[in-house]
Write a protein that binds this ligand. Structure first.
Ligand SMILES: Cc1cc2nc3c(=O)[nH]c(=O)nc-3n(C[C@H](O)[C@H](O)[C@H](O)COP(=O)(O)OP(=O)(O)OC[C@H]3O[C@@H](n4cnc5c(N)ncnc54)[C@H](O)[C@@H]3O)c2cc1C
Ligand SMILES: NC(=O)c1ccc[n+]([C@@H]2O[C@H](COP(=O)([O-])OP(=O)(O)OC[C@H]3O[C@@H](n4cnc5c(N)ncnc54)[C@H](O)[C@@H]3O)[C@@H](O)[C@H]2O)c1
Length: 457
């Protein structure tokens, strides 16, 4: 049985761990799917390539209010799809070849790995290996809700919907989180008739309430948004799919050519039989880790979607850097920093957030003040004729330290970055607003004005 100094399970963020400083270590990398993991192959990167294209396709429809007549002539789905994956697929293949053939100390096993005990792993390739140290970076997968006959009806998840043969005329999306909101924007901008089905009374209900309310209201004006609906059964039709729903109006049905299920992602700890290694998990299947990313077995680390509260690539990357350091410097371990984790929803409008929502601040009994600033109130917002976007800040009135920032509107994911920086480095709102120039008349004036409006003590 071959023995390794280090075994890494999963080639998403885990693949960035081997470094020059580990050149003397024998390392095994185990992967059951496509090299590079979710973000590269079926997540952040392809979705944002589709989102950018969707933004372009949707732009002409917004030009009339500026006095420009323009229209999108055609959306060439196969061309868009093949451009996206024509760029991504070779990166995945190149990464695999590099690790498999050009890293003398790395052995790649391509199979579904399972723990046999705390040091022994069945690689799923017919070979069993042992290791001194192990990194579990096996990510998550779409979680499929219990809807009668869903399996026999056929449906897509984010893993498959970007590779459709052709653009459907209509699409039902079950779910109302990140993936539902981003794909609703992509497909509706490409001319697809989109229906979004949500269990609750809001889309993106994890966001600050005012942001979720604004997003839901804008979404209703563009998509067929059905709130407070339970999907009870799915059915195949001659042209696609029919869903049976129960909601405020009683029983009803909706039909479309294609169905996308986007109801969250579950950690892959079950596929790995982590219990056999004595690795403890939370009730939702996430592997338990301490601040150094160590599992309940001190020689086994975990990172990213399989263990994190945040299913976000920048968090998985951060945790991978922490694990890399802790493998190399076990006597001086670093802790992960999860204080101010930002996130963005790349829909239309875009949303970006960091820190506490107003509801969380209330729940925790934290003293706070808020300020909101509309894009419509700043010069660049006039230029864009934006009527729905705003920034909302929460701050500690005594110290001026920011507690949370939430932006809905154009380029929100970029506009929020100085606020993330201020929170991370402890810069108070007044110093931030008054201690630097803000380019006029640029979009970050939204942030400057919101900061100045905070009613601090
Ligand atoms: C549609 C979509 C869009 C997203 N967009 C964004 C975004 O814009 N920004 C953002 O920050 N995040 C985004 N995310 C989330 C982001 O992709 C994930 O948080 C991130 O990729 C997680 O990285 P990871 O290394 O933990 O897992 P992964 O990248 O999933 O890597 C895990 C790897 O382990 C392999 N594996 C699993 N089980 C086994 C096993 N038993 N044996 C061997 N190998 C195994 C898997 O095949 C996979 O390759 C998106 C996710 C999706 C689905
Ligand atoms: N831009 C980004 O950073 C980005 C983009 C896409 C995905 N992601 C990550 O991937 C994760 C998964 O995305 P997601 O949109 O699938 O999950 P999500 O957690 O954002 O949303 C899941 C939604 O499905 C709903 N839901 C759950 N079970 C349901 C059921 N049985 N019937 C109907 N609705 C149900 C939930 O109420 C929720 O609204 C996200 O949490 C996020 O961390 C990030």
């Amino acid at each position: 049985m071959r023995h390794f100094d280090l075994v890494i399970i999963g080639t998403g963020s885990g693949n960035s761990i081997p470094t020059e400083a580990m050149a003397g270590w024998q390392i095994a990398i185990l992967e059951k799917g496509t090299f590079g993991g979710t973000c590269l192959n079926v997540g952040c990167i392809p979705t944002k390539m589709f989102v950018h294209t969707a933004d372009q396709a949707a732009a002409p429809a917004n030009a009339r209010k500026l006095g420009v007549d323009a229209h999108t002539d055609a959306v060439h789905w196969p061309e868009i799809r093949d451009r996206v994956f024509g760029r991504i697929d070779p990166i995945a293949e190149g990464g695999r070849n590099w690790r498999a053939n050009e890293n003398a100390n790395v052995t790649v096993y391509e199979g579904t790995a399972r723990f046999l005990d705390a040091h022994t792993i069945d690689t799923g390739t017919g070979e069993t290996i042992t290791a001194d140290r192990i990194v579990v970076a096996a990510g998550s997968r779409p979680s499929i809700p219990d809807i009668a006959d869903l399996d026999t009806t056929g449906f897509h998840t984010s893993d498959t919907v970007m590779r459709l043969d052709e653009l459907p005329e209509s699409l039902i999306i079950v779910g109302s989180g990140f993936i539902a909101s981003e794909f609703a924007h992509v497909f509706s901008s490409f001319g697809v008739d989109v229906t979004v089905i949500a269990r609750s009374n809001l889309l993106l209900r994890h966001e600050d309430l005012e942001i979720a309310e604004r997003f839901t209201s804008v979404a209703k004006s563009k998509w067929n948004v059905l709130l407070q609906r339970k999907t009870t059964r799915a059915e195949k039709t001659a042209t696609g799919v029919r869903l049976h729903l129960e909601g405020p109006n009683g029983a009803e049905t909706v039909e479309a050519q294609q169905l996308l299920v986007a109801t969250g992602r579950q950690p892959n700890s079950d596929l790995l039989d982590v219990a056999k290694a004595g690795i403890e998990t939370h009730d939702d299947g996430r592997v338990k880790v301490d601040e150094f990313q160590r599992t309940s077995q001190p020689h086994i680390f975990a990172l990213g979607d399989i263990s994190s509260d945040h299913q976000l690539k920048h968090v998985a990357n951060h945790e991978a850097r922490v694990v890399q350091h802790n493998l190399l410097h076990p006597d001086e371990p670093k802790a992960s920093d999860h204080r101010f984790v930002p996130a963005a929803v790349f829909s239309s409008p875009q949303i970006a957030s960091v820190g506490l929502t107003e509801e969380q601040a209330k729940e925790r009994g934290i003293r706070y003040v808020t300020a909101s600033q509309a894009y419509a109130s700043i010069a660049y917002g006039w230029a864009m004729e934006d009527t729905t976007g705003f920034a909302k800040l929460l701050a500690d009135p005594a110290t001026g330290q920011l507690l949370g920032a939430h932006i809905i509107g154009p380029q929100a994911s970029t506009v929020i970055q100085p606020l993330i920086q201020a929170m991370s480095f402890g810069l108070d709102a007044k110093s931030m607003a008054q201690g630097q120039y803000w380019i006029h008349p640029a979009m970050p004036e939204l942030v400057e004005n919101a900061l100045l409006n905070l009613p601090l003590d």
